[in-house]
Write a protein that binds this ligand. Structure first.
Ligand SMILES: C[S@@+](CC[C@H](N)C(=O)[O-])C[C@H]1O[C@@H](n2cnc3c(N)ncnc32)[C@H](O)[C@@H]1O
Length: 191
């Protein structure tokens, strides 16, 4: 297992480097449709890299972070409300958020499909889901999957079209994918 609880310092300094400009640009475009002061959940937030990028796109968002590793959450900006929680059992009421963002974290979840159920539950109708992850059907994605599994990680990497199908079954539509070994996917709940 990757000891995320002890890697907060590393991610807080170097986590942003994993995001290509195209991913951030897709994030900013996707967030444009949100209402003013929208509630945003950064899920598998770690030290808040993706949430910080989201605030860079729109500083009116109200961010909340969830991650089981308190050693990562410690490095979040003070203004961000945080919850030590697993994606498979979120401590939020239904329809709590206008957007959920998941940055290079879905493949680390023990049961990603349970996490997708939870995301659909806590998102408001019309809410936005934005995911950044790695495509295991590409050479680099496959290498990363092998490396993570050797480290004892779950390594639940989904090709974007497989993820898109899982989301369709949960009521998401308008799926917009930017393909690459590092891909981004934006989808709307119940639109
Ligand atoms: C590679 S880090 C990414 C952190 C951050 N999103 C970023 O982009 O820098 C993966 C994160 O997923 C978290 N994680 C692992 N299992 C999880 C689960 N079941 N539910 C929520 N987060 C989880 C880890 O604690 C870690 O902080």
């Amino acid at each position: 297992m990757i000891p995320f609880n002890h890697l907060g310092w590393v991610f807080s300094r170097f986590g942003a480097a994993v995001y290509p400009a195209a991913a951030v640009s897709h994030l900013c475009t996707s967030l444009r449709s949100l209402p003013p002061g929208a509630d945003l959940l950064d899920l598998g937030a770690g030290t808040g890299t993706l949430g910080n990028y989201a605030l860079g796109c729109r500083d009116d968002l109200r961010p909340v972070a969830a991650d089981p590793a308190e050693g990562m959450l410690r490095y979040l900006p003070e203004s961000v409300e945080r919850f030590a929680a697993r994606a498979e059992a979120l401590p939020f009421e239904a329809d709590r958020f206008d957007a959920v963002v998941v940055g290079e974290a879905l493949h680390h979840f023990d049961v990603p499909e349970a996490a997708l159920d939870e995301i659909a539950r806590v998102l408001r109708p019309g809410g936005l889901l934005f995911i950044y992850d790695f495509d295991p059907s590409t050479l680099l994605g496959a290498a990363l999957k092998r490396a993570e599994r050797l480290l004892g990680e779950p390594g639940h990497f989904y090709p974007p079209d497989t993820l898109s199908a899982l989301l369709l079954r949960r009521g998401f539509s308008d799926t917009d994918i930017r393909h690459g070994w590092r891909y981004t996917l934006a989808a709307t709940l119940g639109a």
